[in-house]
Design a protein around this ligand. Structure first.
Ligand code: GDP
Length: 446
């Protein structure tokens, strides 16, 4: 373990999930915020969900960076995030009700595209249509994130900055509503939405959000210049990335570390370390290929153990997560795409009590052995995992804070994972609380 004084110049760390999301990023980001003066979201929307447990109290956050739980830490919502103004305000109010000061330290990029009510309607109606025509749901959270990104790429989105200009806002909203009502009524068989209530809501939100609107990229540059440590908090996970994930069963943004720069406006040369968060096993919410998936329904099975002991239910949706063994071949893909500097293995304690633990080291595909996750979702469906079996441990790892305290088989498991995927394990999480953490190398000092 390294000790010593933090360097005087700002160090910037990017935290990303290396699997299909829900790796426990929220807890780790919260833990690291001790050493950061700013926390930045750079992609996704309020489809992300972090559960933090601080002094035994559970708090769920969707859009606002978890740094908000630490007094004095600045929180930035970068341009890569899509913002539902109504939701954002309700999240601010929820945090204020806990006694937290939010508005003076939250900065929202003026360039964030807005999520508006028609995006939510379209999202839900399309999923329902996909299901009814048998083409299969994508498994979206139905919060309008994907349709809002579509408008961004089509260069017709309303952005946070439009909220400052009521006339411009109304004109753009009217045009966009016409377009989306045509899809809702003509293609999706849904009801059209009305302009006035939507406009009234947007204007009300505008008034409240205006003091928090900012040129986030420039602010980050200035913060970096005065030596602030910045923490970039990824949402979802690498295998859900729109380009690199298991397309089309992916989210609608880039969740890889590279987007920490594009989605915030701070150049990539100012990012120093990428921390990959990896669950000690694998989970996935929603549809899409999952080579190491296990049965979670049958009591007494490994899958059931992971699901129940790991409490694998979505923070936002409440949906049961699919569970399976750790997939080193999928992780290898993530390590490469993100340029991971070090890993934090989370939820090691969930494996406590298992007699044997398996690691997927590669797959059989069309008579060949492949050692990295293929790019084509149909091919991944055909992949048969090749497993290596390791002894489990009967002692508990829950709450341990020291590497030497870990049972020997747990250490051997982690060392094997490290060797297979080619990235160092710098941290291990052994419980939901921020203190349940083993530190081997501090990302802000590495
Ligand atoms: P995120 O979106 O990546 O932050 O992940 P979630 O918050 O959706 O899921 C992580 C869940 O696991 C939360 O309920 C955390 O409190 C919990 N958690 C995080 N780390 C650990 C750990 O090491 N052990 C256990 N048992 N739970 C953990």
């Amino acid at each position: 373990m390294q000790t010593g004084i933090l360097p005087p110049a700002g160090r910037n760390v990017v935290v990303v999930g290396t699997q299909w999301g829900d790796e426990g990023k929220g807890k780790v980001v919260d833990w690291m915020t001790d050493h950061a003066q700013g926390v930045v979201r750079f992609q996704g929307g309020h489809n992300a969900g972090h559960t933090l447990v601080i002094a035994g109290r559970k708090t769920a956050l969707q859009l606002i960076p978890s740094g908000i739980m630490r007094e004095g830490v600045k929180c930035y919502i970068g341009n890569g995030v899509v913002v539902d103004p109504k939701h954002l305000l309700s999240e601010i109010e929820r945090l204020e009700a806990l006694g937290l000061e939010v508005r003076s330290r939250l900065f929202i990029s003026e360039s964030c595209p807005l999520i508006l009510p028609f995006h939510v309607e379209i999202d839900r109606a399309r999923e329902a249509q996909r299901e009814s025509c048998g083409s299969g749901k994508i498994g979206t959270t139905g919060k309008g994130i994907g349709p809002a990104y579509e408008d961004k790429v089509a260069r017709r989105a309303l952005r946070v900055q439009d909220l400052k200009h009521p006339t411009r806002l109304e004109a753009k909203l009217r045009t966009l509503l016409e377009l989306h009502n045509a899809e809702l009524t003509g293609v999706l068989g849904a009801q059209p939405l009305e302009l006035q209530p939507m406009l009234d809501d947007a204007l009300r939100a505008a008034e409240q959000l205006r003091p928090m609107m900012a040129d986030v990229g420039y602010r980050l540059f200035q913060a970096h210049g005065v030596g602030d440590n910045l923490l970039f908090e990824g949402a979802q996970g690498t295998l859900l990335d729109i380009d690199h994930g298991t397309y089309p069963y992916v989210t609608s943004s880039n969740c890889v570390a590279g987007n920490a720069a594009a989605g915030s406006g701070l150049g990539p040369g100012m990012l120093h370390y990428v921390l990959g968060i990896t669950k000690a096993y694998t989970t996935r919410v929603g549809s899409g290929p999952f080579p190491t998936e296990l049965d979670i329904e049958t009591p007494g099975t490994i899958g059931h153990h992971l699901s129940t002991v790991g409490q694998e239910r979505g923070t936002v949706t409440g949906r049961a997560r699919r569970c399976g063994w750790l997939d080193a071949a999928a992780l290898k893909r993530s390590i490469i795409i993100n340029g991971v500097s070090g890993l934090c293995i989370t939820k090691l304690d969930v494996l406590d009590g298992l007699q044997e633990i398996k690691i997927c080291t590669g797959y059989e595909l069309d008579g060949r052995v492949v050692d990295v996750l293929p790019l084509d979702a149909d091919e991944i469906e055909q992949c048969k995992p090749i497993y290596e079996t390791m002894p489990g441990w009967s002692d508990t790892t829950a709450g341990l804070t020291n590497w030497e305290q870990l049972p020997a088989p747990a250490r051997r498991y982690l060392e094997r994972v490290q060797a297979l995927i080619g990235a160092p394990i710098d941290m291990v999480s052994t419980g939901p609380d921020r203190v349940h953490t083993i530190l081997l190398r501090h990302p802000f000092r590495a």
